[in-house]
Design a protein around this ligand. Structure first.
Ligand code: GLN
Length: 298
């Protein structure tokens, strides 16, 4: 049925939904026998397949999406974390690691073994002030929670304009045991950050809406019809939020701090030419550190 509806990955979707109905991991379908699917579970399964057939994203049906090897709670109030955004997390970890303040722990990626406890704090211990990381437009909290989990010495600020999104992010922080190291703040871009951390933030990660408004109607139906447009629509050229974010980020980053932004292919040049000060390669932030553009997509 899902195949006939033109779904990209009908078998995978069906398996995820069936495993969800049976309360097991997908691999359990192969390991265990599920021949005796009782009629009630069968009914439930078919109703979920029907929802998927109408275009509803699997993650909204099951309420879960895996990101960086962790299960994140998702609701229609938040964008479903995308695999390509894992690149942003990796880039953030690399940026922090090369600064030599942290030793970034290796991550097994397997469920259950969430955040390895073997993380070395060697560099961190010598550093009296904690590393400060901001995730602006946190949504489900996928970036903030993944970073907090990998960097136990960091203090993370997770910001969003949507209170509903923040409550999902909070659930995820609790789910992964990092709620005590993340501060959740509601407001526009960096507006809610406390003034005393001006000039003292090590890294700002941003996956803000960047889809040009004119492209919203043409998005795949499971994105366009189900995901929050407030998390997708970036204005006429998609860069409205970044245009406003950059000057704010400049005042919060410490010298040499890093701003990482997820954008669509083709937006990098425009961002460099029209949004970033100077030539975009070594600018902003008092000219002391490069802007890093993270060319990921959708
Ligand atoms: N990559 C998203 C998409 O599916 C867009 C995410 C964003 O705007 N930040 O279109």
């Amino acid at each position: 049925m899902l195949k006939e509806k033109g779904m990209d990955s009908p078998r995978l979707d069906a398996e995820v939904l069936l495993a969800h109905c049976l309360g097991m991991e997908r691999v359990g379908l192969y390991v265990n026998s599920y021949k005796d699917l009782n009629p009630e579970a069968g009914q439930r399964y078919f109703s979920l397949v029907e929802r998927r057939g109408r275009g509803e994203p699997v993650a909204y049906i099951t309420g879960v999406k895996e990101f960086m090897g962790l299960d994140f709670t998702v609701t229609p109030d938040v964008l479903i974390p995308r695999p390509e955004t894992e690149l942003l997390v990796e880039a953030a970890l690399a940026a922090i690691a090369t600064r030599g303040r942290f030793s970034v722990s290796h991550f097994s990626g397997s469920r259950g073994e969430l955040f390895p406890s073997r993380t070395s704090f060697a560099n961190c211990d010598r550093e009296p002030s904690p590393c400060r990381i901001v995730d602006v437009g946190t949504g489900s909290g996928a970036i903030a929670v993944s970073l907090a989990g990998r960097l136990p010495g960091a203090k993370v600020y997770a910001l969003d304009i949507s209170l509903e999104a923040l409550s999902v992010a909070r659930v995820n922080a609790q789910r992964h045991g990092v709620a005590d190291r993340i501060v959740f703040l509601c407001g526009d871009l960096l507006g809610p950050l406390p003034g005393e951390i001006r000039g003292a933030v090590d890294l700002i990660a941003a996956n803000l809406p960047y889809v040009p408004s004119g492209e919203i109607p043409g998005l795949m139906p499971d994105v366009g019809l189900y995901e929050p447009h407030t998390a997708l629509d970036g204005g006429h050229d998609g860069l409205d939020f970044y245009r406003r974010l950059i000057p704010m980020a400049e005042s919060f980053l410490r010298p040499g701090g890093t701003l990482l932004m997820e954008i669509a292919p083709g937006q990098g040049e425009k961002l460099t030419q029209t949004v970033l000060p100077g030539d975009g390669s070594a600018c902003g932030n008092g000219g002391k550190g490069p802007w890093e553009l993270s060319p990921c997509r959708t």
